[in-house]
Ligand binder design. Structure first.
Ligand code: ASP
Ligand code: MG
Length: 869
């Protein structure tokens, strides 16, 4: 501590500690607060504690002061609040009468106040202020009783509401900003109170001394304003979450803790939806250059989020995706707005008249659409009706609600656009009402119907990471995921290879690159799928990994085999002599006539996905039972190149051509026995297959000849071992529901990657380690020739240094192969232990589409393959 000579000295810097509702609602939490205050004092600070009301109290006060309430009801509400605080006082071992008797009396007096009849704004302010007055009083008495020398301070004596031009009466009393310039004598007056103070959040006073309110959640802003006025060392907001996250963790458990943000980024995240901080609390800190910490009261030693000035070397990247519900869009069609002077002025003058502040704006020559944000506005049906009536004098008005705004926040958004194609495609599937890109280059917002927003978030988050638009490997910024934090100290599930490390090192000794497959893992995955009772038959899509031992393992587990070429069919029958041909499905794409002939000669199931074969080779299919692959018009999947539905993909018969196909089949004398759809890979939410089932069942009904439905595969495999695995129970549940609806159809599925990805690893040997211009590259003896997925699909695979598994991470590097291509990068910006030539690296989750996609490019050898029983 360099700022002070002796702890508690008058010249010591202030630190502001703010505690939210749940952090002040129990005796143990107050003990934590006491501990923290004592600690900061011992570190040499003067301490100002700013508190919220006890959990739920502000809500109750809002209800009590709502316009139109009757007196009897208000008396009941007041009695409940009295009991709540009396009980809490007792829990704290305090005498309620002495500590909060006067506040209880004030509460009852306010209910009987004549201003209540008209719900006057200044009456509402007086009522709302009670919550923080109660909590600060109780806390002050409790901490003093427990030996802390601290004084209670009335925030209204120090925080002044700032009058803003154009402010509505409501905002001027109940959603105010505070002045950040100290009044003359402020510092002396403040310091005279003592070194250790407790005061209220949420409330301040106007120049006439009347109580004013900082808006819901405004205690953070109180703390920030005090921090700015006092030139504090920092403001710490203590809350019930560990910090700010890359998405709302309740919706996206994979969301990552953001350990370091600059003021502007934090501002965007807070104002676009994150609830952790009140959006107005950042600018006071930014202006006064006071850092803002977010900390978790339930884990006081955990370093949460630090918000401070921008770092000079900050790379562009999406830091968070946030959402805000309850957005109202007002769409205005102006007749002849193009180049007309003053049209926008006319329009916006009317918003101003109704005290409404506009957030987003989109405009064209004939239309202006704006959004109203519920947290900045009192948006009631009444206000909207009056606004619409006024606006209709100058344009045609349409109100679109309820909507939600989904915002990507991060520095350098414009330079990231090329990485957002998958994210944009995801939005393309929904109705987007408005897109807006902020002029500060920090935000890109999409306004969609409220009902669809929440469901989109986990996918969008995953796509952002996948496309490397959200640089989660930047460990200075991205901390652990919510899920990891929740799991706490429980160890991560350890992968099979961690137990077989010695064997793998020996294997690597016999030559690299080498893929190694663990058959017990294949079996375990197969058994998971066998437990899905609604499925009648299961097939393994062998293109993922046709290794004969894997085929034998899955045959023993009762699986059939899905093949996409005559070569694969031959391979299956060669590897599994005597296999019943009805356990083989042939689902080719643009195959030659001779391949169909070969398949039919084997008597396996044949799938067509266009009318072409029927029309041109009718004699092949006469008297046959066929499968038909449909394209319901959209694809899914982790990357554009694995999306196999929709007009952009070459697969499947469009629904519109179904009747044509059926006619042709009848003419040829073939029966359509089953319908199939496979829309893509890497899908993690089970509801997808319900969708597919619904579409196939509808088509089946129109055909009348169908006995079976094949729902395809595509079950996602998370790139990280720590992430939540694919939820098989959810899939089982969904399929059971589907089956119950249409029990007449036999249900088939044909996963590939899901069965084998986790069972395989790729072993590579380090060739060279080079630092070029600050980028450290670890070279290995196999690259895109050995494992194509990163180059082809941007796929993420975890990389471990198997030779140094017990050493801590020390470097951040790219892992690159020996191929003469810039795209020959297996992994970017990964943390590894210090790594040397000769080390063995393990690339995880490579049992699928690994060896089988390897090539001889650059005339390098193909990888070896080994199998562990
Ligand atoms: N008690 C106020 C509210 O609930 C302010 C706060 O807690 O930040 O809105
Ligand atoms: Mg709060």
């Amino acid at each position: 501590m360099t700022h002070t000579d002796s702890p508690g000295a008058r010249s010591a810097p202030w630190v502001v500690l703010k505690f939210g509702g749940s952090s002040v609602s129990s005796r143990t939490r107050w003990d934590t607060i006491g501990g923290l205050v004592a600690k900061r004092k011992s570190e040499g600070f003067r301490v100002l504690v700013v508190v919220s009301a006890v959990s739920g109290v502000t809500n109750a006060l809002v209800a009590l002061s709502a316009p139109g309430g009757d007196i009897a009801q208000r008396r009941e509400q007041a009695a409940a609040l009295e009991t709540r605080h009396r009980t809490f006082a007792q829990e704290l071992g305090l005498d309620p009468e002495t500590v909060i008797g006067d506040l209880i009396a004030q509460l009852h007096a306010l209910v009987d106040d004549p201003r209540a009849a008209v719900s006057a704004l200044d009456w509402q302010a007086d009522v709302l202020a009670l919550g923080e007055l109660f909590s600060s009083r109780l806390g002050s008495a409790y901490l003093s009783a427990n030996g802390l020398d601290l004084r209670w301070s009335d925030a209204r004596a120090f925080l002044r509401a700032q009058v803003l031009p154009n402010q509505s009466d409501w905002a001027a009393r109940l959603s105010v900003n505070c002045r950040l310039q100290p009044e003359p004598g402020f510092h002396e007056r403040f310091a005279a109170q003592g070194d250790t103070l407790i005061t209220q959040g949420f409330i301040c006073a106007d120049d006439d001394g009347r109580t004013a309110i900082l808006g819901r959640g405004g205690s953070d802003t109180s703390a920030a304003c005090f921090g700015a006025l006092l030139g504090a060392q920092r403001v710490e907001t203590w809350t019930d979450v560990p910090g700010m996250f890359s998405a709302n963790p309740r919706q996206v458990p994979q969301a990552r803790l953001l350990t370091r943000l600059d003021y502007e980024e934090a501002q965007e995240i807070a104002s676009t939806g994150a609830k952790v901080l009140h959006p107005r609390c950042i600018s006071p800190c930014r202006e006064a250059r006071v850092p803002l910490w977010i900390r978790d009261t339930s884990r006081p030693d955990f370093e949460g989020t630090v918000i401070g000035p921008r770092l000079a070397d900050a790379a562009p990247g999406v830091k968070a995706i946030s959402t805000k519900r309850g957005i109202v869009l007002v769409s205005m069609d102006g007749i002849g707005m193009w180049q007309q002077v003053g049209f926008l002025a006319d329009v916006f003058e009317r918003f101003k008249r109704h005290g409404l502040s506009v957030d987003l704006i989109g405009s064209s020559e004939a239309n202006v659409t704006v959004s109203l944000d519920p947290s900045d506005n009192l948006v009631t049906t009444d206000v909207l009706e009056r606004l619409a009536a006024d606006l209709s004098e100058v344009c045609r008005v349409k109100v679109i609600a309820p909507c939600a705004a989904i915002t990507l926040v991060g520095r350098g958004m414009r330079s990231l656009l090329h990485k957002l194609s998958d994210v944009l495609a995801e939005f393309g599937r929904e109705r987007v009402h408005l897109i807006s890109q902020s002029s500060n280059d920090l935000n890109l917002t999409f306004v969609v119907d409220e009902a669809v927003a929440e469901g989109m978030l986990p996918r969008l988050h995953e796509l952002l990471i996948h496309a490397q638009a959200m640089p989660v490997e930047e460990t200075a910024v991205f901390g652990p995921s919510w899920q990891e934090l929740e799991r706490g100290a429980a160890p991560l599930p350890s992968p099979w290879w961690a137990q077989r490390r010695q064997v793998l090192m020996q294997q690597a000794g016999q030559g690299t690159p080498c893929y190694v497959y663990d058959l017990p893992t294949v079996r375990e995955k197969a058994r998971g799928l066998r437990r899905i009772g609604a499925l009648d038959r299961r097939f393994y899509a062998i293109k993922a990994n046709p290794h004969p031992q894997i085929l034998r393992t899955l045959e023993a587990e009762g699986f059939g085999f899905e093949c996409v070429s005559a070569g694969e069919i031959e391979h299956v029958f060669n590897s599994l002599p005597g296999l019943d041909p009805t356990r083989v499905l042939f689902t080719p794409s643009f195959a030659a006539r001779s391949e169909y002939e070969a398949a039919l000669a084997h008597d396996v199931w044949v799938t067509l996905d266009s009318v072409y074969p029927l029309r041109h080779w009718p004699e092949l299919f006469a008297g046959r039972d066929l499968w038909l692959r449909l394209d319901p018009g959209y694809g899914r999947g982790h990357h554009e190149k694995v999306r196999t539905g929709g007009s952009g993909a070459k697969f499947g018969l469009p629904l519109a051509a179904l009747e044509d196909f059926a006619q042709e089949a009848r003419r040829v004398g073939a029966r359509i026995f089953g319908l199939h759809a496979h829309l893509g890979s890497g899908i993690l939410d089970a509801s997808h297959w319900r969708d597919v089932f619904g579409r196939l069942a509808a088509a089946a009904e129109s055909l009348g000849t169908i006995s079976a439905l094949n729902l395809g595969g595509g079950l996602g495999v998370p790139a990280e071992r720590g992430a939540d695995p694919f939820d098989l129970d959810a899939l089982a549940h969904t399929l059971a529901e589907a089956k119950a609806l249409c029990p007449q159809y036999s249900l088939w599925m044909e996963p590939g990657r899901y069965l084998v990805a986790d069972a395989g690893v790729l072993l590579l040997r380090v060739t060279q380690v080079i630092d070029k211009g600050g980028v450290l590259r670890v070279g290995v003896d196999g690259g895109m020739n050995t494992l194509l997925r990163p180059a082809l699909y941007n796929a993420r695979h975890e990389v471990f240094n198997l030779s140094r598994l017990d050493e801590g991470d020390a470097i951040s590097c790219d892992v690159v192969g020996p191929i003469c291509e810039t795209g020959d990068v297996l992994a970017r910006r990964r943390r590894l232990p210090e790594t040397f030539e000769g080390d063995v690296l393990l690339v995880d989750t490579t049992g699928a589409y690994g060896a089988v996609m390897a090539s001889a490019y650059n005339l390098r050898g193909l990888p070896a393959e080994a199998v562990l029983e």
